[in-house]
Design a protein around this ligand. Structure first.
Ligand code: UDP
Length: 316
């Protein structure tokens, strides 16, 4: 691990993952510049940092030219709409932040000789035909489907990042993030965990899409942040999966939330499956174990307990 000093730019800083990254880098002693256009980010996620001298916030859309005065040592690009209903409502912004935004930030990284880490995703595997997903799998993506704007932007993002690495010799890192959960997720972002918690707390039906037999593998946010931190300071430039391999069906997941919240008025109800919804998803994390010595530490019982504490305070 390198010495904890230097200046870090985090895009998407007001979002779920971005704000946790700001906390972590400040804790490690870095000067953090958070950037966000607040399209889906929430400034409340950063309010506790505003009194600090080692934190600055720029309200800016990285899809347009990015200027940051002074030196930069690291750039972490986490700006993007990040839930399936966001992609439907903001398809162009989703494509622009992943493509133009990444290009602008790579240019900035090059001019500052900074190391750049990009937030890629398990969505690069699409509706995967291989299970679990290893980094060597090329994926099964529908480029013109509703999720294509996100998936293809992230695939382009990986490609241009590799191009800057090979052509310009830029120091780059690529994390492929699998479903992550924890405090500061938006209650109404449409993803399964905020939906289920909000519905269970309000005593509504939990909306399971399709037959509920599709699977996901949920990683607690602290584990993900630790993996990203290790990756940034590793010397590994190829993509690395970070996620929790504990796989669960949406029916089982709904039952777990019903049990945890214990609202007798709630039960599972069924709604149509969105188009191109991946049937199974589970990360193979052998590479992260090998190159980062990283495995998740927080199991779902503990992670859901901590997340429930947060949702209790924000769900109205
Ligand atoms: N899902 C669900 N009910 C909801 C929201 C989502 O059953 O209210 C399902 C969705 O169809 C998918 C899984 O939960 O199979 C995870 O969806 P999410 O939007 O959280 O993330 P994804 O992994 O699909 O990007």
């Amino acid at each position: 691990m390198e010495k904890s000093s230097g200046r870090v730019l985090i895009t998407g800083a007001a979002g779920f993952l971005g704000s946790h990254l700001c906390d972590r880098f400040l804790k490690e002693g870095y000067h953090v510049i958070g950037m966000d256009n607040l399209l889906t980010g929430n400034i409340k996620n950063l309010e506790h940092l505003f009194p600090r001298k080692d934190f600055e916030f720029y309200h800016h859309d990285v899809s347009t030219y990015v200027h940051v005065p002074g030196e930069l040592d690291y750039i972490l690009h986490f700006a993007s709409p990040a839930s399936p209903i966001d992609y439907l409502q903001m398809p162009i912004q989703t494509m622009k932040v992943g493509s133009l935004g990444t290009h602008n930030l790579l240019g900035l990284a090059k001019s500052k000789s900074a190391r750049m880490l990009i937030a890629s995703t398990s969505e690069v595997y699409g509706d995967p035909l291989e299970h679990p997903q290893t980094e060597s799998y090329w994926g099964n993506v529908n480029p013109i489907g509703p999720r294509g704007v996100y998936d293809e932007a992230k695939r382009f993002q990986e490609a241009i990042t590799m191009a800057y690495h090979t052509y310009h010799g830029l120091e780059t890192r690529i994390v492929r993030i699998f479903n992550t959960y924890g405090p500061r997720m938006r209650t109404n972002d449409g993803r399964v965990l905020p939906a289920f918690f909000s519905q269970a707390i309000r005593g509504e039906g939990l909306t399971v899409f399709g037959d509920g037999n599709q699977t996901r593998s949920f990683c607690y946010v602290d584990d993900l942040i630790e993996g990203i931190y290790r990756l940034l300071f590793s010397d590994y430039h190829l993509p690395v999966n970070i996620g929790n391999p504990s796989e669960i069906t949406m029916n089982e997941f709904g039952e777990e939330i019903l049990k945890l919240v214990g609202n007798p008025k709630s039960k599972l109800i069924y709604k149509p499956l969105p188009k191109d919804d991946p049937k199974r998803r589970r990360p193979d994390i052998s590479l992260a174990k090998k190159v980062l010595d990283w495995v998740p530490q927080v199991d779902r019982v503990e992670g859901l307990r901590r997340t429930y504490e947060y949702f209790k305070t924000v769900v109205k």
